[in-house]
Design a protein around this ligand. Structure first.
Ligand SMILES: Nc1ncnc2c1ncn2[C@@H]1O[C@H](COP(=O)(O)OP(=O)(O)OP(=O)(O)O)[C@@H](O)[C@H]1O
Ligand SMILES: [Mg+2]
Length: 306
């Protein structure tokens, strides 16, 4: 049974008992450091004083029951929401630092190099597969065209940039095995292929941090295995750090270097897949047990009965 199949929410109190965050290499050279992140919607605290690091070149996952605040974290990171409190520091490989909470969304993707996909697919359905990937490269192309005049005049500088953008798009289409569908409308693709295209579109912006909101949702087992392979390729061959939100434990446990677990907006566990899998707080949150029962789960984990 996957953890997601039994996600009756635990009490908020269960999340507040002592948390053991496992120190790890992700703390030494984080591409992203989240400190004291809080997001309130009126009286609701969707994210509550959250802190974690995303290691450079790691695949990190945020997991947690429905409504735990995972997508809200992404919305804060990518400028969709302005956090109520907190500091979100992106440190690029070259040393450049960006405080994401102070930047508008278009600068977060263009300058801080953070790209994302959405929980619900957001492709341009009427555009072709290739056009979706070209639109993603709009910013560098606009610059290369000196804000369209170079494009109209057919300047060499623009043509070189345009060819580069087409090559990059083709490279990713080949990678996700959609090159032969390049001229088809994106809406005509099967669901799994649309999910892959979204990831390719994000990769065309050449991000240092790729944030994926439930990339395996709705995929069949074969497509899930292909997704795992694609994410490993992105990490290993491109050195891109990946932060994913995912309910599918076959994806999370198989490919993650580091997992952060949220419940009721608070962090209840942080560490390697093995650490998180055996953490009584996580088991309690997913099983929906009460605060006082966490100790019982802990004893069961220790005796190997859980
Ligand atoms: N714009 C908003 N206005 C008010 N409440 C919101 C808003 N966005 C999110 N919330 C609330 O914040 C909480 C966290 O929601 P969020 O979407 O971040 O959860 P999630 O962990 O991504 O859940 P799921 O696994 O179902 O996608 C929920 O109670 C949700 O209703
Ligand atoms: Mg969500």
């Amino acid at each position: 049974m996957s953890l997601s199949q039994s996600q009756t929410a635990a009490t908020p109190e269960a999340a507040t008992s002592e948390i053991v965050a496992q120190p790890g290499p992700w703390d030494d050279d984080p591409v992203l450091k989240v400190e004291h992140l809080t997001m309130r919607f009126g009286g609701l605290v969707a994210v509550d004083d959250l802190g974690f690091c995303v290691g450079r070149g790691d695949i990190s996952a945020i997991i947690g029951p429905n409504g735990a605040g995972k997508t809200t974290v992404f919305n804060c990171l990518t400028g969709f929401y302005k956090p109520t409190e907190g500091m979100l520091t992106m440190t690029q490989a070259g040393g450049g630092q960006y405080l994401l909470e102070r930047m508008p969304d278009f600068q977060i993707s263009a300058h801080a190099k953070v790209a994302r996909t959405f929980q619900n697919i957001r492709l341009f359905g009427g555009m072709t597969v290739l056009e979706n990937l070209m639109v993603a490269q709009h910013n560098p192309l606009m610059l290369a065209s000196y804000f369209t005049f170079g494009g109209i005049l057919g300047l060499k500088h623009f043509r070189t940039a345009e060819n580069g953008a087409v090559d990059r798009a083709k490279y990713w289409l080949e990678r996700i095995r959609l090159l032969e569908r390049a001229d088809d409308p994106a809406a005509d693709l099967p669901y799994g292929a649309q999910r892959r295209l979204e990831i390719a579109r994000a990769m065309c912006t050449e991000p240092e941090l790729l944030c994926l909101d439930e990339p395996a949702a709705g995929l069949n087992p074969r497509e899930t295995a292909e997704l795992n392979e694609l994410l490993r390729f992105i990490r290993d061959e491109h050195g891109t750090s990946v932060l994913l939100i995912e309910h599918d434990m076959t994806v999370v446990m198989e490919i993650s270097d580091h997992i952060i677990v949220l419940d009721y907006g608070q962090k209840i566990s942080d560490g390697t897949p093995d650490h998180v899998r055996n953490d009584p707080h996580v088991i309690a949150a997913y099983l929906g047990v009460e605060d006082e029962e966490v100790d019982e789960v802990e004893r069961e984990v220790e005796t190997g009965e859980a």
